[in-house]
Design a protein around this ligand. Structure first.
Ligand code: THU
Length: 135
């Protein structure tokens, strides 16, 4: 399913669950599965900063914890409150590469409703994956 207003409405709801007392930079993620289920993610920060979990990974880990597997995901929508649309961090790109199809769309939005779309492979060209371990 391509991007719709619903994706934006849902990801903005997901963002409300962010726990970001340190950066005050709230991020939401809205993950859709190919069988029509949805998962919300939000960034969950920690006073020990590196223990922070990004919104994208929180949604993917929630879905995997419910039994979804690599290849089951249809799209992920992310939102921030910046004037510019921002894109997933390097760690999240690597996790997207592990769990999602290379051609899965990542919809990146901001508080103004602007949206940029890229595939997982476009966000992590020449990315490392399990295939590399077998070569
Ligand atoms: N953050 C995300 O949730 N996703 C990203 O891809 C980029 C960064 C969060 C982590 C931290 O809570 C805050 O944004 C500032 O870096």
């Amino acid at each position: 399913m391509s991007y719709t207003d619903k994706h934006f409405e849902e990801v903005r709801k997901a963002q409300q669950n962010a726990y970001a007392p340190y950066s005050e930079f709230k991020v939401g993620a809205y993950l859709l599965t190919k069988d029509g289920k949805t998962f919300y993610g939000a960034n969950i920060e920690n006073a020990a900063y590196p223990a922070t979990i990004c919104a994208e990974r929180s949604a993917l880990v929630a879905a995997m914890s419910q039994g979804y597997r690599p290849g089951d995901f249809e799209s992920i929508t992310v939102t921030v409150d910046s004037d510019e649309v921002s894109s997933p961090c390097g760690t999240c790109r690597q996790v997207l590469k592990e769990l999602c199809d290379d051609d899965m769309p990542v919809y990146m939005t901001n508080h103004k409703g602007e949206m940029k779309e890229r595939t997982v492979a476009e966000l992590l060209p020449l990315g490392f994956s399990g295939k590399d371990l077998n070569n």
